[in-house]
Write a protein that binds this ligand. Structure first.
Ligand code: NAD
Length: 265
C-alpha cells in the first residue's frame, strides 16, 4: 500500500486526484495539504472533491502530513514547489511534481533535492499522451526527413497560450526522431494555407470547452500517417500522476519523467 499526500488538495487537480484514487486499491491518500490561508482548512478533503468522506482533513502542515506517508504529489503553484520538495527531501519521501511554470531558480531547488530523493517531474502526466510522445519520435525516426510534419491542437477558448506546451513537445519529439533541430511555423487560427516541407507546422484551434486534442500528421506524396490523442477530462493527468506515485517510491534518488514511469525509453 502506497501512502500519498496531495499538495494542492483543494485545487482542480487535487480534487481529480482524490476522485481517481478511490478506484485504486494499492494506494491510500493519507494527507491533503493546502496553503496556510485556504478557507477550507480543517474540512474533509473527500467531501470537497466529490462529496464523499475520505477521513482526511485539509491541513497546511506538510511536514506532519508527510511524516506518516511514502510520497508527495504536488499540483500547486510554482512558487510553492521548492518549499514542499525541501520538506520531502528532509524526510526522505519520494515526490511527483505536476506543477508547471517553475523559474530557473525553482527548478534548481528541485534538481538539488533529487540528490537525496527520487522525483518524477513531468509537465504532462497523461499516460496516453506520453505513449504518443514515444510513438511520434519512433515514427519520425522511421519516416525520416522526406515526410512533412503538421501538428493540429485544439483547446478550450479560455486557454491563454498557443501553441500548447504539449504541441511544442510533440514537435520536439518529431524533430528529434528525424535527427533535425526543432523549428516550426505557427498557424494561430488553424486555417492559413502555409506549406513549408522543411519546417514543422503547428495549427492551433480554440473551440468551446475542449480539454485537449492533438494530432500529428506525417505526409509524403503517396501516404499520410496520423497519431491522435483526445483528452476527455483532466482525470487523465490525475491517473498518470497516481501511477507515477506508486512507481517512484522504490527508485533511487534522481529526476525521472513519465517515459521512465511507463518504460518507454
Ligand atoms: P488550481 O489553482 O485549481 O489548484 C492549485 C491549488 O494549490 C490551489 O488550491 C492552491 O490553494 C494550492 N496551493 C497553493 N500553494 C500551496 C502550498 N504551498 N501548499 C499546498 N497547496 C497550495 O490549479 P490546477 O488546475 O489544479 O493546477 C495546478 C498545477 O498543475 C498548475 O501548475 C498546472 O499547470 C499544473 N498541471 C499539470 C498537469 C500535468 O499533467 N503535469 C496537468 C494539469 C495541471
Amino acid at each position: 500500500m502506497t501512502r500519498i499526500v496531495i499538495a494542492g488538495a483543494a485545487g482542480r487537480m487535487g480534487q481529480a486526484l482524490i476522485r481517481c484514487s478511490r478506484d485504486i486499491e494499492t494506494l491510500e491518500i493519507t494527507g491533503a495539504v493546502e496553503r496556510e490561508d485556504h478557507p477550507d482548512l480543517g474540512k474533509d478533503a473527500g467531501v470537497l472533491a466529490d462529496n464523499k468522506e475520505l477521513g482526511v482533513l485539509l491541513t497546511s502542515d506538510i511536514r506532519a502530513a508527510l511524516s506518516s506517508a511514502d510520497a508527495l504529489i504536488d499540483f500547486t503553484l510554482h512558487t510553492s514547489v521548492p518549499g514542499n520538495v525541501k520538506v520531502a527531501a528532509e524526510l526522505g519521501r519520494a515526490v511527483v511534481i505536476g506543477t508547471t511554470g517553475l523559474t530557473e531558480e525553482e527548478k534548481n531547488t528541485v534538481d538539488r533535492a533529487a540528490d537525496k530523493i527520487p522525483i518524477v517531474w513531468a509537465p504532462n502526466m497523461s499516460i496516453g499522451m506520453n505513449l504518443m510522445f514515444a510513438m511520434v519520435q519512433k515514427g519520425a525516426s522511421v519516416l525520416g526527413k522526406d515526410y512533412s510534419v503538421e501538428i493540429d491542437e485544439t483547446h478550450h477558448v479560455h486557454k491563454k497560450d498557443a501553441p500548447s506546451g504539449t504541441a511544442l513537445h510533440l514537435g520536439e519529439k518529431a524533430a528529434d526522431g528525424a535527427g533535425e533541430n526543432f523549428t516550426y511555423l505557427h498557424d494561430e487560427g488553424g486555417s492559413q494555407n502555409i506549406k513549408d516541407p522543411s519546417r514543422i507546422i503547428i495549427r492551433s484551434h480554440r473551440k468551446g470547452e475542449v480539454v485537449g486534442d492533438h494530432t500529428v500528421s506525417f505526409s509524403a506524396d503517396a501516404e499520410t500517417i496520423e497519431f491522435s490523442h483526445h483528452a476527455e477530462s483532466r482525470d487523465v493527468f490525475a491517473v498518470g500522476a497516481l501511477r507515477a506515485a506508486q512507481w517512484i517510491c522504490p527508485q533511487k534518488p534522481r529526476i525521472y519523467d513519465m517515459q521512465d514511469v511507463l518504460n518507454l525509453r
